[in-house]
Design a protein around this ligand. Sequence first.
Ligand code: GLN
Length: 241
Amino acid sequence: MELKICHMYPDVLNLYGDRGNVICMLKRLEWRGIEASVTKLPIGDSRSLAGFDLVFIGGGQDFEQQVLLSDLHRGKDREIRAAVEDGVTFLAICGGYQMLGSYYETFDGKRCDFIGALDLYTKGSVKRMIGNYKFQCSPSAGGSIVVGFENHSGKTWLGSGLEPLGKLLSGYGNNGEDGSEGAHYKNVFGTYSHGPLLPKNPELCDLILKTALERKYGSAELPPLDDSFELLAHDEMCAKL
Ligand code: GLN
């Protein structure tokens, strides 16, 4: 078995060590003897998304989101929409998650027209939503309790047919108002949770890997790993919150 991972816009969308999530996925595959490769697709790289099993997109500030717009609309927008509909697995974080939606309007009225791969939009607010937080994934996204860190001014609103990734147990999540966090559509996992999302949440990491492997190979069993350190970090933060 082998997973081909694409790290999209690693040059501009990589806040709080978001790329640690890619390292985490690679390690958890390697520890199980599953091969994997990572291809970076920075701004200006016109290689196609065809053939990738899993696409990772990190977060970025309003500035970086505006910088990548022209590149996005030179064809990556269509490719991402097609890959999403085709069941490719995506993990998209904060600014990258917002980018999959229809648009982002900054708090001072600048509009970024994004790609509409997910039925959601985001509007900036004056207040930043910052801090460690936790949420429970919906049953279709495994039901695990995830601890994360968020820092955004954007408030995201999901269209009526789009399921959130989970329900908040603390923090702000999508918009600080409706108790929802992230989005889960087909094999897309969108979340506001930055930084060490996957190292601290091994159950979610394995669900994402399994989703990509099952799409490619029909079925995939991931043998359990010794997650004592990971769970210590997870449980410690869970208790604090
Ligand atoms: N620029 C977006 C916001 O503040 C996303 C920020 C981020 O990725 N942390 O809402």
